[in-house]
Design a protein around this ligand. Structure first.
Ligand code: PLP
Length: 379
């Protein structure tokens, strides 16, 4: 059916159209000046030293694993409550994902206290995922990382411009990765970016992004170099200038868009705060957040009840989603499960995600909240 209120609404206008057309007309459509401009803009925006545009966040996460030196057989601690790409990236590097539980239903980010129980002699890194654009407990995580000499990779796909104690997410660990997939805060269709303050990590991931080649074709076309060597087994994880040009326009819209999303979030919380059957994760978060999605949890719910609720909303024209089916329940990961993950399972069974985008109207939010309240009585 056609939803009256979709989960997400792209904020494209003539600016993205013109940017893409300009690149096409320039006749340099692969990785070139627009990718460099996007990287510079992103570094400035996040106050990070280096940014590396990539074909997706999945590619960026793979580069991040290699960049911090993950080797086959190493163990990497990951949340199970994330998009599966976070975990797949560990496997691309030949390493073993060790699933860690979340803090709770009101804070579904990796539990710093549980991380400690997952550490073994083989542990090399921790991947954190800042769920919905709200920060993990980075003080405790960085302290553990220091104590056990572990690298920290931030999957910051949900949190461009989100802050933790005034610092931008993605710049606190060794490396951060962001996605520009269509439904993210910054949309280019496909695309992603890696950020780091570590020059060596930047140089290594830059090499691996483009076949392990010592120069890029844009540099050769510009006459900066005439040949190249291949010094490592790399990939083609480059972004192209058409996507980068769209990304540059999207960055200009990011701050006003997340301000608008914060208003939507406040409106939702005002209307749902006292609904006894619901838990609203991060309800009282008081730092800047990208408000990427708006999750709610059915208190004392079941997966059946959650499905009924989602169906009820769907019948009333409201599209919802789930974030996420936990990775440890997927067929390919069932043999990797070492610990019980009760909070992850409970959250995954009872969470549903409401529409969230800057142009979501007040009336629509009121309608969504009223429909939820009715639904809770009827189902
Ligand atoms: C979207 C997303 C990814 C994957 O990003 P792509 O750019 O689609 O590869 C990884 N992790 C999280 C948490 C995401 O939301």
């Amino acid at each position: 059916m056609a939803y009256n209120i979709p989960l997400f609404n792209l904020n494209f206008d003539e600016a993205e159209e013109k940017a893409a057309l300009d690149v096409i007309q320039s006749k340099w459509i692969s990785s070139g000046p627009k990718c460099m401009e996007l990287e510079n803009d992103f570094s400035t925006m996040l106050n990070a030293k280096y940014s590396l545009a990539a074909s997706s966040c999945t590619a960026a996460l793979h580069l991040a694993m290699l960049g911090v030196g993950i080797q086959p057989g190493d163990e990497v601690i990951v949340p199970s409550l994330t998009f599966v790409a976070t975990v797949n990236a560990v496997r691309y590097a030949g390493a073993i994902p060790v699933f860690c539980d979340i803090s709770g239903l009101d804070n579904p980010t990796i539990d710093a206290r549980q991380i400690k129980n997952c550490i073994t002699d083989k542990t090399k890194a921790i991947v954190v995922m800042h769920y919905a654009g709200f920060a993990c407990n980075m003080d405790d995580i960085m302290q553990l990382a220091e104590e056990y000499r572990l690298k920290v990779i931030e999957d910051a796909c949900h949190g461009p411009m989100s802050e933790y104690k005034g610092r931008k997410l993605g710049t606190i660990g060794n490396v951060g990765c962001f996605s520009f997939f269509s439904n993210k805060n910054i949309s280019t269709g496909e695309g992603g970016i890696l950020v780091t303050n570590d020059e060596k990590l930047y140089e290594k991931t830059k090499l691996l992004r483009s076949h392990g080649m010592t120069t890029m074709s844009y540099e050769r076309a510009k006459g900066h170099s005439t040949s190249y060597d291949v010094v490592d087994l790399g990939y083609n994880y480059r972004m192209d200038d058409i996507h980068a040009a769209i990304g540059i326009e999207q960055l200009k819209k990011l701050v006003p868009d997340i301000e608008r999303r914060a208003e939507v979030r406040t409106e939702y919380i005002e209307q749902l705060r006292y609904v006894e059957e619901l838990i609203i994760p991060f309800k009282d978060y008081d730092e800047v957040s990208s408000s990427y999605i708006f999750p709610v949890v059915l208190k004392d719910g079941t997966s059946e009840k959650r499905e009924k609720m989602r169906n009820y909303l769907s019948e009333n024209g409201i599209q919802t989603s789930m974030h996420y089916p936990p990775a440890h329940r997927f067929m390919i990961y069932k043999d990797f499960v070492r610990n019980e993950l009760p909070k992850t399972e409970r959250f995954a069974d009872t969470e549903f995600t409401l529409p969230m985008y800057g142009s979501l109207k007040r009336d629509d939010i009121a309608y969504i909240c009223d429909t939820i309240k009715k639904g809770l009585k009827e189902i």
